[in-house]
Design a protein around this ligand. Structure first.
Ligand code: FES
Length: 576
C-alpha cells in the first residue's frame, strides 16, 4: 500500500447506485478483477488517461506510445493508470468544421471524467480543438488534471527549402492559384508538407494552445514545444503521469490553476508568440467555465503592452522545432517576467516565480528575441469594435499587411460559403485590389464558424500579382494563415449583426490605430435592412439542432449557454 492511500477513493469513487452500497462496491471490485490487474494495484488511487487516438487524426498518430509513457509514470508514483477514449477531432477530416464538435468533445471529456472513478486525470490531446475541449471539460469536472500535448511535427524539405504544415501549404497553394508553380510541383509538395506525426509545425492553433496550457500551469514546464517524435516527448509524458499520481495525494483542482491571473498570463503569451486568433476564442471558453471573462479592452491593453518575441511562421520565419531548440515557453516567460502575475501555481504546486527563479538555459536569440529587441513592439492580435462589429472582431496585425491598416474600401459581398465558392473565381466578378471582400453567414450559429475567414484572393487578381486584400467575416481563420483579415465579427450575420446588412458597393473602413471596423452606412438604413431579413434555417434534430440553439458568440468563446459557469446566477464573474 503506498503512502497516504487511505485518503483516496480509487475505484470506489462514485459507486453505481443500486440502493445497496456494499453490493455496488462488491460488484465493481469483481468486475475490476476481470481486467486481470492484481487486487493490490486495483486498490491504488486511480489516474484516468483521456486518450484521443483516431484513424481520422493523423496528428495523434503516436498516442499509444504516449499512453504507455504516462502509464509508466503513474505506476512509478504508486497509482493505477486507466486509459479511456473520448472522441478525437482531426482538424482537416471534419465536415463542416471541427469547431462544431469542440463542445461535443468538451462534454464527452467532462462527463467521462466525472462519471468514471478517477482521482486525477491526464488529458492527451494536440490537434487544434482537442486541447481546448479537454481543458473546458476538465475545468468543469473539477478533478485534478494534467494536460499533455502530442507535440508538433518536424519539418519536411522541398528543393532545399524547409516546409511545415500549414503556413507553407497556404503559401504554395497561393502560388499554384497565381500560376507561378504548376501541377507537377504542387503534387510533389503535397507529400512534403506534413511528414511526421504531431501537430502543425508552425505557431498555429495547436501550438498556441500548447503554449497556453503550459502558461496556465496545467501542463508541465517546458513541455509545450517538444517535437512529437523527440524522446523528450515521452519523458514529458512519463512526468505528466507522475505528476497526476502525485495530485491524487495532494489534489490541486483546475480552478486553482486556471485563475484570472493565469488567464492574463496566457493572453500575454499568445501575444508574445504571435499566436492564433482561435486561441482567444478557446481561452475565453476555458476561462468562461470558471466564471472568468476576457474583455476586449483588457485584451487590447495586454496586446499593446506585450511585444512579439518569437520569430516563427506564420508571423516570422521559423518552425516549432526551432522554438523547442531555442528555449521554448520558459524563455518567453523569462522575457515577459516583469509583465506577468508570478504567484500563479502550476500542477506541481509551484509558483511561476519559483519556476522563473531557476537558472535559465541557453536561448537562441535568432528565434526568441529579447524584450528590448522584439520582432514587433506590440502583440500579435487586436480586438476591433465599430458599427460593423458592435460586440467585437479580431485582427491578427502581426500577420497582416501594414499598408492596409488604415484603409477604406468598397464591399464585395458573398452571402454564404456556397456563394463564395461559386463566384470568387468568376472572370466577371466585379472586384479590384482595393475592395474589401466580405463573407456573411459563416459564424457559429450559421455554419459552426469554419476557418473560412482567409478568403482566397480572386484568381484574376492573384494572377496579376495581388497577394493580400482586406477580408472581413464572422468566420475564423486557421492559426497558420496570414493576411489582412478581420475575423469573428460579432454578433454574426445569422444572429442579426450589422454584417448581415452589408451590400455590394457599401463603403467599409478599417482602422487598426483606432481599433475600429465601421460600415459607412446610416444606422437607420442598417436597421431597415436588418428588418427585411428572414429567419435562419434551423436543423431539425440532433446535435446540430442543439448546437445552433445553444452556441454563444465568439466573445463568449462559442461555448454552449448551458455549459458556461457564467450562466449560473450567484457571484459576480471575474472580469478582466
Ligand atoms: Fe492537427 Fe494542424 S491539423 S494540428
Amino acid at each position: 500500500m503506498c503512502a497516504g492511500m487511505a485518503d483516496f477513493h480509487g475505484l470506489e469513487r462514485g459507486l453505481t447506485n443500486y440502493g445497496d452500497p456494499d453490493f455496488a462496491r462488491f460488484l465493481r471490485r469483481s468486475f475490476a478483477r476481470s481486467t486481470g490487474v492484481s487486487p493490490e494495484l486495483l486498490a491504488r488511487p486511480v489516474v484516468g488517461i483521456a486518450m484521443t487516438p483516431s484513424g481520422f487524426n493523423n496528428c495523434h498518430r503516436y498516442m499509444p506510445e504516449l499512453v504507455e509513457a504516462v502509464s509508466r509514470g503513474v505506476l512509478a508514483e504508486g497509482a493505477l493508470p486507466l486509459a479511456f477514449p473520448t472522441i478525437s477531432l482531426g482538424e482537416v477530416f471534419l465536415n463542416p468544421t471541427s469547431m462544431l464538435y469542440r463542445n461535443l468533445m468538451a462534454m464527452d471529456t467532462e462527463e467521462m471524467i466525472r462519471a468514471q472513478p478517477m482521482d486525477a486525470v491526464v488529458l492527451i490531446g494536440g490537434c487544434d480543438k482537442t486541447v481546448p475541449a479537454q481543458l473546458m471539460g476538465a475545468a468543469s469536472a473539477g478533478v485534478p488534471a494534467v494536460q499533455l500535448v502530442v507535440g508538433p511535427m518536424m519539418t519536411g524539405r522541398h528543393n532545399g527549402v524547409r516546409l511545415g504544415a500549414c503556413t507553407d501549404c497556404r503559401g504554395f497553394w497561393a502560388k499554384y492559384r497565381a500560376g507561378t508553380i504548376g501541377t507537377d510541383e504542387i503534387d510533389v509538395v503535397e507529400g512534403r508538407l506534413a511528414v511526421t506525426a504531431g501537430t502543425c509545425a508552425v505557431m498555429g492553433t495547436a501550438s498556441t494552445m500548447a503554449c497556453v496550457a503550459e502558461t496556465l500551469g496545467i501542463a508541465l514546464p517546458d513541455a509545450a514545444a517538444i517535437p512529437a517524435v523527440h524522446a523528450h516527448r515521452l519523458v514529458a509524458a512519463e512526468q505528466s503521469g507522475r505528476t497526476a499520481a502525485a495530485l491524487t495525494r495532494r489534489p490541486i483542482r483546475p480552478s486553482e490553476i486556471i485563475t484570472r491571473e493565469s488567464v492574463e498570463n496566457a493572453l500575454r503569451v499568445i501575444m508574445a508568440v504571435g499566436g492564433s486568433t482561435n486561441a482567444v476564442i478557446h481561452l475565453a471558453a476555458i476561462a468562461g467555465r470558471l466564471r472568468i471573462r476576457i474583455s476586449n479592452d483588457r485584451l487590447n491593453e495586454i496586446s499593446d503592452e506585450t511585444p512579439v518575441l518569437l520569430d516563427l511562421k506564420p508571423v516570422g520565419s521559423g518552425y516549432m522545432e526551432d522554438f523547442f531548440a531555442a528555449g521554448g515557453v520558459g524563455a518567453i516567460l523569462r522575457e515577459l517576467r516583469a509583465l506577468l502575475h508570478l504567484d500563479t501555481i502550476d500542477v506541481r504546486g509551484r509558483t511561476l516565480r519559483e519556476r522563473l527563479d531557476e537558472p535559465s538555459a541557453w536561448v537562441d536569440r535568432a528565434v526568441i528575441r529579447p524584450i528590448e529587441d522584439p520582432v514587433s513592439k506590440h502583440g500579435g492580435l487586436v480586438a476591433l469594435r465599430g458599427t460593423l462589429a458592435p460586440d467585437g472582431a479580431m485582427f491578427k496585425r502581426a500577420a497582416a499587411t501594414t499598408a492596409l491598416f488604415e484603409s477604406e474600401g468598397r464591399a464585395v459581398v458573398f452571402e454564404s460559403l456556397a456563394d463564395l465558392s461559386a463566384r470568387i473565381d468568376n472572370a466577371d466578378l466585379d472586384v479590384t485590389p482595393s475592395d474589401f471582400l466580405i463573407l456573411k453567414n459563416a459564424g457559429p450559429q450559421a455554419a459552426g464558424m469554419p476557418e473560412a475567414g482567409y478568403l482566397p484572393i480572386p484568381k484574376k487578381l492573384a494572377r496579376s500579382g495581388v497577394t493580400d486584400m482586406v477580408r472581413i467575416s464572422d468566420a475564423r481563420m486557421s492559426g497558420t494563415a496570414f493576411g489582412t483579415v478581420v475575423l469573428h465579427v460579432a454578433p454574426e450575420a445569422a444572429a442579426g449583426g450589422p454584417l448581415a446588412a452589408v451590400r455590394n458597393g457599401d463603403r467599409v473602413r478599417l482602422s487598426i490605430a483606432s481599433k475600429r471596423i465601421d460600415l459607412m452606412v446610416d444606422e437607420r438604413e442598417i436597421q431597415r435592412r436588418l428588418h427585411e431579413l428572414g429567419p435562419l434555417a434551423k436543423p431539425e434534430r440532433g446535435y446540430r439542432a442543439l448546437y445552433q440553439r445553444s452556441v454563444l458568440q465568439a466573445p463568449q468563446g462559442c461555448d454552449f449557454d448551458f455549459l458556461t459557469a457564467a450562466a449560473e446566477p450567484p457571484a459576480a464573474p471575474h472580469d478582466i
